[in-house]
Design a protein around this ligand. Structure first.
Ligand SMILES: Nc1ncnc2c1ncn2[C@@H]1O[C@H](COP(=O)(O)OP(=O)(O)OP(=O)(O)O)[C@@H](O)[C@H]1O
Ligand SMILES: [Mg+2]
Length: 604
C-alpha cells in the first residue's frame, strides 16, 4: 500500500493529490504558509497532507514518497508607482464628496466670515457674498445671520460650512443656494477672495467647476492661467460638490515624479523602459528581450527601490546573497491610485496615474531542495523536488475527461500565470509569467481606494447587485429578483455582492457600475494580457493560431467571468478554451499536484 503524494506549494494555496498504487484516493487544500518557496511553507504542506489523509484509513507515516513543485514566488505586486501627483501649494480648491451638501447650483462671490455680513455697507450688498461658517457656530445661528442679510438685500449666493450641517442650513434659508459642508480645514479658506461654489443635484456630479473653461469663465482667466488650473478641474471630476478659490499666490500643478527606468537583461539582448511611459512601453521592452534573465531598476528611483525590495525580501527569506536573486519576469499594468491632493482643504483626493508591477523571482532549486530535506526529516519519508509547475500542470490537465495531447494549458494562479504545450510526442514547452489573481485584487483595492484587501478579494469573486426596495434587488446584468421576506434594512439602497445566496453590503460610496468596470478591467488587464503573452511564448511557431485547444486550470479559472474573457479573447485566434476537470472530479483545481504524482509514479 505505498502512498505517494504530490504537493503544489502555490503563492496562495498548497494543494495535495494523494494516490495509492496508481489510484487517486484523496486531495487537500490549505492556504500557503509564508512566502512561496521558503521554509515557512512546511507547516502548510503538513496541514494540507493531513487534510488529504483525513478521508482515508492512512496516516502521515504511511506516505512513502512526496513530490513537491519547483516553486517560483511572485512578489512585489504591492508596489505601485505613482507617476503623476497634484500639488496645491496655496489653498485654491475644495473638492470633496460630503455626504450631505445642501442646495443645488453654482454661486460666485467673495468669501466673508458669516458674522461680518451684518457689518457690510449698503453699496457692497449687490456683489455676491459667500459666508464661511466655523465649527463654533450653531447651524441655527448661522441660518439667522444669512437670512437676516438676505432680508436686508445682501446678495448671499452660497455658503461654506465646517461641520456637516449643509442640509439643515439649506432647508431653513429664505433663498435656495449651494451649501458645501464638511470642509475640515475651513480656517485655511481666506476671507475676501473670489470663490465659486457648486453643488450638484443628488445622483449628479459637478459640471461647471470640473471644466477648466468653466472655471476660466467665472474668474475671467487668461489662456496661461487656464493652463494652470487644469489639475484643479481634473481633481474635481466626479465630485458632488466643489469650491474653487482664487488666491493670487495659488500655485497648482501636476508634476511628473521621476519614476525611474527598468533595465532588462535578456538571454540574447538587453533593453530598458521608462516607468513614466506606462505599462505598454515596459511590456514591449520585456517582449523584445525574451527570454529574460534578470531585471533591475534605476538606482535612487521608485522603480529601482521596488525591484530591489523584491530582491531583498527574497534574499532575507532564503538566506542568500541579494546578487544571486534574479527577477525572471514582470507584469506592468496601468492603473490609478487615489492620492491625497497636497494642499487640499477638505482631504481631497485626486486619481493619479500609476503603474502596478508584479515581479517573479526565479525558482531556486537549491532552496527547494532544502525545503525537501527538512520535510523529509520531519516526516521521515522520501521527498523529491518533482518538477516545474507548468509541466506538471499539463500532465495533471490531461486527466480531464476528453483531453489528449497535443494540448495547451493555462494555469491561472494567485501569483503567476503559467502556460504549457504538449505535442503528440509528449514533449512539453512551458513558461511561467508574473501576475495573476493577487494582482487583480490589488488593482481593485487601489482603484476603488479600499482599505481592506479582503473586501477587494470578495469584490473580485462575486457578482454585484443593487438593493432597490425591501423586496427586490437588481443584479448587475439588469435582471430584477424579488423576495418573499423583506430584506435586512442594513442592505437597503446599498450596492451588495452576492456570496453564496447572501447579500453583503459594500460600504463604499462608489456606484455599482464603477465597481463593475474596475473589476472587469482589472481582470482583463492581468489575465487577458498574460494569457496571450504566455501562449505566444509556448506556441511552437510563435503564433497563438498554431494551437487548437486550451485547458484552463488553477484557482482563478474558478472565477465567474475570467474564463469567458479568455475564451472570447482566444476566439479571435480560432482557439477553443475551456475549464479543465482534473481527474474528472476536481474541477480546474489540483492540476499541478496531480501531475506531480503521475510524474513521480512514472519515475519509479
Ligand atoms: N471562486 C473563485 N473565483 C475567483 N477567483 C478565485 C476563486 N477561488 C480562488 N480564486 C483565486 O485563485 C487564486 C488562487 O489560485 P491557485 O490556488 O491556483 O494559486 P496558487 O497555485 O496558490 O498560486 P501560484 O500558482 O501563482 O503560485 C487566488 O488569487 C484566488 O483569489
Ligand atoms: Mg499554482
Amino acid at each position: 500500500m505505498p502512498l505517494i503524494a504530490g504537493i503544489d506549494i502555490g503563492n496562495a494555496t498548497t494543494e495535495v493529490a494523494l494516490a495509492q498504487d496508481g489510484r487517486f484516493i484523496g486531495s487537500g487544500i490549505v492556504a500557503t504558509t509564508g512566502m512561496k518557496g521558503t521554509r515557512d511553507n512546511i507547516a502548510g504542506v503538513v496541514a494540507s497532507l493531513q487534510q488529504a489523509l483525513n478521508n482515508t484509513p492512512w496516516s502521515l507515516q504511511d506516505v512513502a514518497k512526496i513530490c513537491i513543485n519547483e516553486a517560483a514566488p511572485v512578489i512585489g505586486d504591492v508596489a505601485m508607482e505613482t507617476i503623476t501627483e497634484t500639488i496645491i501649494t496655496e489653498s485654491t480648491m475644495i473638492g470633496h464628496n460630503p455626504q450631505t451638501p445642501g442646495g443645488v447650483g453654482v454661486g460666485m462671490g467673495t468669501t466673508i466670515a458669516v458674522e461680518k455680513l451684518a457689518a457690510l455697507s449698503e453699496d457692497r450688498f449687490a456683489q455676491g457674498w459667500i459666508p464661511l461658517v466655523g465649527e463654533e457656530m450653531d447651524f441655527l445661528e448661522a441660518v439667522w445671520f444669512i437670512n437676516e442679510a438676505l432680508d436686508r438685500g445682501v446678495n448671499v449666493v452660497a455658503a461654506i460650512l465646517k461641520k456637516d450641517d449643509g442640509v439643515l442650513v439649506n432647508n431653513r434659508l429664505h433663498r435656495p443656494m449651494p451649501v458645501v459642508d464638511e470642509v475640515t480645514l475651513l480656517e485655511k479658506v481666506p476671507e475676501g477672495v473670489l470663490a465659486a461654489v457648486e453643488v450638484a443635484a443628488p445622483g449628479q456630479v459637478v459640471r461647471v467647476l470640473s471644466n477648466p473653461y468653466g472655471i476660466a469663465t467665472f474668474f475671467a482667466l487668461t489662456p496661461e492661467e487656464t493652463q494652470t488650473i487644469v489639475p484643479i478641474a481634473r481633481a474635481l471630476i466626479g465630485n458632488r460638490s466643489a469650491v474653487v478659490l482664487k488666491t493670487p499666490q495659488g500655485d497648482v500643478r501636476s508634476r511628473v515624479i521621476p519614476a525611474g527606468k527598468i533595465f532588462i537583461r535578456g538571454e540574447k539582448r538587453g533593453g530598458e523602459a521608462d516607468v513614466a511611459q506606462g505599462a505598454q512601453a515596459i511590456m514591449q521592452a520585456m517582449s523584445a528581450c525574451a527570454p529574460v534573465r534578470d531585471i533591475a531598476g534605476e538606482a535612487g528611483t521608485h522603480a529601482g527601490g521596488m525591484l530591489e525590495r523584491v530582491r531583498k525580501v527574497m534574499a532575507s527569506l532564503t538566506g542568500h546573497d541579494m546578487n544571486t536573486v534574479h527577477i525572471q519576469d514582470l507584469l506592468a499594468v496601468d492603473t490609478f491610485i487615489p492620492r491625497k491632493v497636497q494642499g487640499g482643504i477638505a482631504g481631497e483626493c485626486s486619481m493619479e496615474n500609476a503603474v502596478g508591477i508584479a515581479a517573479m523571482v526565479k525558482a531556486d532549486r537549491l532552496q527547494m531542495q532544502a525545503i525537501a530535506s527538512e520535510l523529509s526529516a520531519r516526516l521521515n519519508t522520501l521527498v523529491e523536488v518533482g518538477g516545474v509547475e507548468a509541466n506538471m500542470a499539463v500532465v495533471g490537465a490531461l486527466t480531464t475527461p476528453g483531453c489528449a495531447a497535443p494540448l495547451a494549458i493555462l494555469d491561472l494562479g494567485a501569483g503567476s500565470t503559467d502556460a504549457a504545450v504538449i505535442n503528440s510526442d509528449g514533449v512539453v514547452k512551458a513558461v511561467h509569467l508574473a501576475g495573476a489573481g493577487n494582482m487583480v485584487s490589488l488593482l481593485i483595492q487601489t482603484e476603488l481606494g479600499l482599505s481592506d484587501a479582503f473586501l477587494a478579494e470578495e469584490i473580485k469573486k462575486y457578482p454585484l447587485a443593487k438593493v432597490e426596495s425591501l423586496f427586490s434587488i437588481r443584479h448587475e446584468n439588469g435582471a430584477v429578483e424579488f423576495f418573499r421576506e423583506p430584506l435586512s434594512p442594513s442592505v437597503f439602497a446599498k450596492v451588495v455582492y452576492l456570496k453564496e445566496g447572501e447579500l453583503i453590503p459594500v460600504d463604499n460610496q462608489t456606484s455599482l457600475e464603477k465597481i463593475r468596470l474596475v473589476r472587469r478591467q482589472a481582470k482583463e488587464k492581468v489575465f487577458v494580457t498574460n494569457c496571450l503573452r504566455a501562449l505566444r511564448l509556448v506556441s511552437p511557431g510563435g503564433s497563438i493560431r498554431d494551437m487548437t485547444f486550451v485547458v484552463l486550470v488553477g484557482g482563478s479559472s474558478l472565477d465567474f467571468e475570467i474564463p469567458q474573457m479568455i475564451t472570447d479573447a482566444l476566439a479571435h485566434y480560432g482557439v477553443v478554451a475551456g475549464q479543465g476537470n482534473i481527474r474528472g472530479t476536481e474541477g480546474p483545481r489540483n492540476a499541478v499536484a496531480t501531475g506531480l504524482v503521475l510524474a513521480g509514479d512514472a519515475k519509479k
